[in-house]
Design a protein around this ligand. Structure first.
Ligand SMILES: [Zn+2]
Length: 270
């Protein structure tokens, strides 16, 4: 079995943490041969540099929805990577709001930048796109951007599910079934649920439905950070019996037969 790498370029979420960069909001890099960058928000470019990832090696940018903590560095990335003549094809997979705009929301990427890409795909829940042999399924979300999607990525080491900002409702969990790694955007801690976002209680319910090998909590908001991310992850673990961790910036997860977790550069602001 080959090795798949999951690098957390940012683990913060919500407007306050995005503003202060108490945690980076650079998204997640998945390297399974093809390299996919999910949700390159503020801090993505400096996080790539800190982790010695050359942006020109990216094959696709995936953007879940049209809020700046998910897309703010995307145009800079597209502008830069498309000027390298490496023969590599570059793709953008994103929600309708990101690519075309929806009412007062978006678009996040200008026509000029869209035209620089080899493939631009607008996705909604259930849509499938292949990038160099890796199948990517868009999953539904219920969020303040009505076009929000998550992604289930079928890698050589099993399915990795990225659950984007969403409320927990019927129909949200189903497409993530079978995931080996479940990444949950858990903005809110215990006893602090708000509309449009997952809380620690929701994370435990989600984990129970999927029963993956590992649950990773990320996209952590200000209140979540204050209420001790490791305590929140431990609560999910105790409730479900499923291994659960709260992500830290620059954390590297290697997935082969076994799953390895290392703290990366160690520069995670903790
Ligand atoms: Zn959002």
């Amino acid at each position: 079995m080959s090795m798949t790498r999951l690098l957390f370029l940012g683990t913060g979420g919500g407007r306050f943490v995005t503003l202060t960069q108490e945690r980076s909001t650079g998204g997640i890099l998945i390297d399974d041969g093809p390299r996919l960058h999910i949700d390159p928000g503020p801090g993505a470019l400096s996080a790539l540099r800190r982790n010695r990832v050359n942006p020109k090696d990216l094959d696709a940018i995936l953007i879940s929805h049209c809020h700046p903590d998910h897309y703010a560095n995307a145009e800079v990335l597209i502008e830069g990577i498309s000027s390298f003549r490496s023969g590599r094809k570059r793709a953008l997979l994103a929600s309708h709001s990101v690519i075309k705009g929806r009412g007062e929301i978006g678009p996040a990427i200008s026509k000029y930048h869209l035209n620089k890409l080899d493939l631009v795909r607008t996705m909604k829940g259930g849509d499938i796109q292949e990038i160099k042999g890796v199948k990517i399924t868009a999953t539904p979300s219920i969020h303040s951007d009505p076009d929000t999607i998550g992604f289930k990525i079928s890698t050589s080491s099993g399915d990795i599910s990225y659950v984007a900002d969403t409320e927990l409702r019927d129909g949200i969990v189903d497409l993530h079934k079978g995931a080996r790694i479940l990444i949950l955007s858990t903005t809110r801690p215990l006893r602090a649920r708000i509309p449009h976002h997952l809380s620690t209680e929701d994370a435990a319910y989600f984990a129970e439905c999927i029963r993956p090998d590992l649950v990773i909590l990320t996209h952590l908001g200000k209140r979540f950070l204050k209420d001790d991310p490791n305590y929140q992850a431990g609560w999910v673990h105790n409730k479900t019996g499923i291994e659960t961790i709260a992500a830290i910036d620059n954390m590297l997860v290697t997935i082969g037969e076994d799953i390895g977790i290392s703290s990366g550069t160690g520069d995670n602001g903790q």
